[in-house]
Design a binder for this molecule. Structure first.
Ligand code: GAL
Length: 676
């Protein structure tokens, strides 16, 4: 039932990026770090992330002294190590001797040495050098009792346009399409005489080259995910050779646009994420909390198991436009929110502030001042003490009956489409708009992809699912036919998975009969325009997109009130097999989505595990071990609130009985349990 990150250490992990390699001339500070780590109630340190230059100062000459010491010291202090491979940045000698490892930009220029994440993912030399250093590290520490998890590289991202990468792209395409005819058809290259007659003519999309072949754009983005994953697999294979049983992860960046994280996820044992929300200590935090929860839900759903929060800041970052401090209490609140949504770790960038260079003023557990007497340190330590009392929650799962579909390929296809609102199609904001009604009512939501099993959900919401293959269309149809409730919106199934328009009327991919509608046209409104949609729940404002649909069997639940399509359907529901398919043909400003989702929650009896009514800005998300349900009641208001419950709860930490009125101080979290 429970799924631990590493069963040898069944506790919540608390700690952070730790860089003893930067302090090798300060044994006093390294010793102090261990004392502070214990005082901060930290038990997991991420070591070696950018330490290649220290580990291999000259080609083939290794120096593991700082790492040996860190592994031993951390273990002696009761901690464990999340051990990194150093590929995110490399020593200068490597770039100088093998310039092919440096990244090439879309304009053909090659980067000079410096920065980080500045390498080619295809370069055979870089792959060999990375595998070599990874093997050396793995071989050295394979039996070290501190080794808990592999932290593979750091925030993979970006792309390279060198000849090696272009050739690899062409090979990937050959493998996918087999013939140029098939590729030319899928990309519709007869348009503007773009027909390819030889594979070598194909280049990635570039600003000064091809940029309007949508199918090329989509395949290039898919290739970048594939190639990055292939690079990562090379890294993983090197460490698995020595440590087949140590779990591997890499730190992701939530909904980062550049990579389909689900492709990477297949190769990992556990998902890890880095997140730096803009907590302000104002009412704006409630929206931020909702967005942050949505990202956590993605991370949990990618493997349907607890994930790691690999990086967050205990106080502030140095790269936002305004680097405001987290207000007192806000850090504990945001950290516990991670656990509420299925995270089993709270780790920081960074444990000790670096003295110089680009991130010297980034928040950290230990300040330049150096002691345990800072506000931030005390808050981190108090959080760690609290986390120690939450062993019961480690490894537990999150049960959901609702899923929102987010597919990277769909987002890329939509973004590259020329039309609609060109600058921003607003897929992200419409997903958030559907997520919010569930979040604020304390209902768990999974963030799934087309490959997930839909049948375990009572409600699947797929906003702006623009790109749908025939196979995906069949799967959605089968889900509804078997009793599921599906909600789709404007811009559904307009193109297939190569971006070719579906012929025969939208929604395509066989979904026209499922929704019982035909979407004839899509009207993109100017920002100052609006329409009104009348429903039996009231009248709602329509903005941005209004589709002109025909009901072909579906019942009409709402109609447009103005413009030349006044009286035409704007919301429909169709019974298909044992289920129902809802089509929302317009974009609202949030109130309609909320009312509609509330209505569906009522019809499908989807309720929170917490019985009480939640005030604005209070969330209640749950996890379960099968016997008990654990609810995190969280107040994101910078003001006290009172929540009422009729049920009999106990606090997880002290087993104190709780019922009736629960008062929550600003930013307070109360963690409750009851028998399931
Ligand atoms: C992350 C990165 C860390 C650090 C941090 C600063 O993106 O992985 O190394 O730079 O940002 O917030």
């Amino acid at each position: 039932m429970k799924k631990y990150i590493n069963a040898s250490f069944p506790h919540l992990l608390h700690g952070g990026d730790y860089n003893p390699d930067q302090w090798q001339d300060r044994p006093d500070i390294l010793a102090e770090d261990m004392r502070l780590m214990q005082l901060a109630n930290c038990n997991a340190m991420s070591v070696g992330i950018f330490a290649w230059a220290a580990l291999e100062p000259e080609e083939g000459k290794y120096d593991f002294s700082f790492m040996d010491k860190a592994m031993d010291d951390i273990y002696k202090a009761g901690g464990r190590v999340v051990l990194a491979t150093p590929s995110g940045a490399r020593p200068a000698w490597l770039s100088m001797k093998y310039p092919e490892v440096l990244r090439t930009n879309a304009d053909g220029s090659r980067n000079t040495h410096g920065m980080r994440h500045n390498h080619c993912f295809t370069s055979p030399v870089y792959r060999e050098k990375v595998a070599n250093i990874n093997r050396r590290i793995a071989e050295r520490y394979k039996d070290h009792p501190a080794l808990l998890v592999w932290h593979i590289s750091n925030e993979y991202g970006g792309r390279c346009y060198c000849e090696n990468c272009k050739n690899a792209f062409r090979e990937w395409l050959k493998n996918k399409y087999k013939t140029l005819d098939a590729l030319n058809h899928a990309w519709w290259t007869a348009f503007w005489a773009h027909t390819y007659t030889d594979w070598s003519q194909i280049d990635p999309p570039m600003d000064h080259g091809e940029k309007y072949t949508n199918g090329l754009d989509l395949d290039w983005r898919r290739f970048v995910s594939y190639q990055t994953t292939d690079f990562m697999k090379n890294e993983i294979a090197a460490v698995r050779e020595f440590t087949p049983n140590i779990p591997v992860t890499t730190n992701m960046m939530g909904f980062y646009h550049g990579l389909d994280y689900r492709v990477l996820a297949k190769e990992l044992d556990v998902i890890a994420n880095d997140i730096y929300p803009t907590w302000r200590g104002t009412d704006a935090d409630i929206h931020t909390a909702m967005l942050t929860a949505y990202t956590h839900d993605l991370c949990r759903t990618m493997k349907h198991q607890p994930f790691m929060l690999m990086e967050c800041t205990p106080s502030h970052v140095n790269w936002h436009d305004y680097n405001k401090l987290k207000r007192p209490g806000a850090h504990e609140l945001s950290a516990l929110q991670t656990i509420a949504h299925g995270g089993d770790t709270v780790q920081y960038f960074q444990f000790r502030k670096s003295r110089g260079a680009g991130e010297q003023f980034h928040g950290a557990v230990v300040d330049h001042e150096g002691s345990e007497n800072t506000r931030v340190f005390k808050e981190v330590s108090a959080l760690g003490a609290r986390m120690k009392q939450l062993d019961a929650i480690v490894g537990t799962k999150t049960e959901t009956r609702v899923a929102i579909l987010h597919d990277w390929s769909n987002k890329w296809a939509l973004d590259s489409a020329q039309g609609f609102q060109n600058k921003n199609k607003k897929l992200d904001s419409v997903q958030h708009r559907f997520y919010e009604p569930f979040w604020k009512r304390g209902i768990n939501v999974d963030v799934i992809c087309p490959e997930d099993d839909f049948t375990k959900y009572d409600l699947v919401i797929a906003p702006m699912l623009y790109s749908v293959s025939n196979a995906q269309g069949e799967k959605l149809a089968a889900y509804v036919a078997e009793g599921g409730t599906l909600v789709c919106t404007y811009a559904t199934a307009m193109v297939d998975d190569t971006t070719l328009a579906h012929l025969g009327g939208w929604p395509g991919a066989g979904l026209r009969k499922v929704f019982g509608i035909w979407n004839e046209e899509i009207d993109t409104l100017y920002p100052e325009d609006h329409n009104t949609v009348a429903t039996d729940m009231g009248n709602f404002k329509a903005v941005d997109y209004c589709e002109l649909i025909h009901a072909e069997g579906a019942a009409v639940l709402g109609t447009y009130q103005s413009d030349f399509y006044a009286g035409r359907p704007a919301v429909t529901v169709n019974s298909y097999g044992k289920g129902k398919a809802y089509y929302l043909a317009f974009r609202d400003t949030g109130d309609f989505t909320d009312a509609m989702m509330a209505k569906l929650m009522g019809e499908l009896h989807i309720v929170s595990d917490f019985d009480g009514e939640l005030p604005h800005g209070v969330s209640a998300h749950s996890r379960t071990d099968g016997k008990s349900v654990f609810v995190f009641l969280q107040n994101f208001n910078n003001a006290s609130v009172c929540v009422k419950t009729a049920e009999k709860w106990q606090t997880v930490e002290k087993n104190t009985p709780v019922t009736g009125d629960i008062s929550l101080a600003p930013f307070e979290t109360v963690i409750l349990k009851k028998a399931k």
